[in-house]
Design a binder for this molecule. Structure first.
Ligand SMILES: Cc1cc2nc3c(=O)[nH]c(=O)nc-3n(C[C@H](O)[C@H](O)[C@H](O)COP(=O)(O)OP(=O)(O)OC[C@H]3O[C@@H](n4cnc5c(N)ncnc54)[C@H](O)[C@@H]3O)c2cc1C
Length: 400
């Protein structure tokens, strides 16, 4: 066996690619990993539980210039095949609410372990680490892989599986984009996604640390869930999840009483006033919202001083309060940084790759998989599904 495949990056997509590439037995496969161990990010996924995939995964949950690019993977190696693949390696899975799939053991380490065991058991896979690839060039039919420390290796085929720029603490620093650019591939603008949102801070700062359940609307999408006020803006699962839809959206809105419509809310407030006319406004919402949230709503509605009695609230004032409770707008100023993001929005233009093979249309025998491509998914197992699928397809094709 003299032919060789180099997999650049030992993360979710790279490890799957290596296992798939080795299956034909025609190639020796080397995984080049910059860190001291493979799969560091996998360990951090799903709060250490690894939300491996989602049984509802389809184009609705993916973004990029062409989300339909995932349809090739959907035809070739998708959710069922992924679950079968991991079950074959020993992972028993559990499907939870919203179709999220976790290992039954609730341990992300189990997912990484079975991949490592498989690799250890496979004679034609070798892991080289730490080996931080700086460049990949092609001379004639062979690729030359050069590390930052000057070491060089060669291969017949190369799979770029370096991940994106999100969460660089786990090894993904964005070098993959430079490697693909050097081969003439275009990279779309990159931005952190699945990340906390920064807003104007005058209101949120005062509510720092308070959590509430709300219907969050952003970029035309709505999601119900917990919202956390922070010093810089808004966090919590619903906000985090909707951050993938950010685009040029300038406002995020909270409906903090979504079970009531505006009219019902109006009646409820009138009732509160009737029952406690002499309560001062600073305590008026105690029992309905966190005290500080209630005070902030009244201030946002321009109602002051809060030492006034509830009974002094006029019709227009009550209407303004209801409007804010149902649609509390926060002006977006940005997102938190790459360090806080779970995924990268943007990446290598997918039209330049085969959707069923992940092979470059520009350079023969060059493949890309995972987050380095311009595909990002919502929160809920969609990003790992993309990594497993694209890695598996790239590996299978390279191994032919
Ligand atoms: C905290 C956190 C939690 C997450 N939870 C989930 C979840 O529960 N479910 C879900 O679906 N998604 C989740 N994600 C997203 C998911 O982990 C990623 O989308 C996925 O891991 C991407 O796979 P990848 O193989 O493309 O890249 P990565 O997993 O990032 O792997 C890339 C690998 O390449 C290596 N590398 C990078 N550059 C080089 C180089 N120059 N030379 C050699 N090696 C290099 C890196 O060290 C790394 O090991 C989470 C992400 C984070 C940060």
């Amino acid at each position: 066996m003299t032919n060789s495949i180099a997999v650049i990056g030992g993360g979710a997509s790279g490890l799957t690619a290596a296992i798939a590439a080795a299956r034909s037995g025609k190639y020796s496969v080397t995984v080049y990993e910059s860190g001291g161990r493979v799969g560091r990010k996998i360990l951090a996924t799903g709060n250490g539980r690894c939300n491996m995939t989602n049984i509802n995964a389809d184009t609705r949950f993916y973004h990029g210039q062409n989300p339909n690019f995932i349809l090739g993977a959907k035809r070739g190696f998708w959710v069922k095949e992924t679950i079968d693949f991991f079950e074959e390696l020993g992972v028993v899975v559990n499907v939870e609410e919203d179709g999220k799939v976790y290992p039954y053991s609730n341990q992300a380490s189990a997912v990484l372990d079975v991949l490592r065991f498989k690799i250890d058991d496979t004679d034609n896979i070798r892991i080289m680490l730490p080996f931080e690839v700086k460049t990949v060039t092609k001379t004639g039919e062979r690729f030359v892989i050069t590390a930052f420390d000057g070491r060089q290796e060669t291969a017949d085929k190369v799979i770029i599986a370096t991940g994106g720029k999100a969460a660089p603490a786990f090894g993904s620093k964005g070098v993959g984009y430079d490697i693909l650019k050097a081969f003439g591939h275009k990279i779309t603008p990159l931005a952190p996604s699945l990340v906390q949102i920064k807003t104007e801070t005058d209101v949120v700062k005062k509510l720092k640390g308070i959590k509430l359940d709300a219907d969050v609307t952003l970029g035309g999408e709505r999601e119900y869930g917990e919202v956390l006020f922070t010093e810089y803006g808004l966090s919590g699962p619903a906000v985090f999840s909707l951050s993938s839809r950010l685009g040029n959206t300038k406002t995020v809105s909270l409906d903090i009483m979504s079970r009531y419509d505006k009219d019902e809310l109006y009646v409820k407030i009138l009732d509160r006033i009737a029952k406690r006319p002499k309560i001062t406004l600073d305590n008026f919402f105690v029992g309905m919202f966190h005290k500080r949230v209630g005070q902030a709503i009244l201030k946002c509605a321009g109602i002051e001083p809060l030492s006034r009695y509830a009974v002094t609230l006029g019709e227009k004032e009550i209407a303004r309060v209801c409007a804010i409770i149902k649609k509390w707008d926060f002006r977006i100023t940005g997102t938190m940084s790459w360090n806080n993001a779970q995924v990268t929005k943007g990446g290598a233009v997918t039209d330049e790759f085969g959707p069923e093979t992940m092979e470059s249309k520009k350079v023969k025998n060059l493949y890309a998989a995972g987050e380095v491509l311009d595909i990002d998914g919502d929160c809920g197992g969609y990003n790992l599904q993309w990594a497993w699928s694209s890695g598996y397809l790239a590996g299978t094709e390279a191994g032919k």
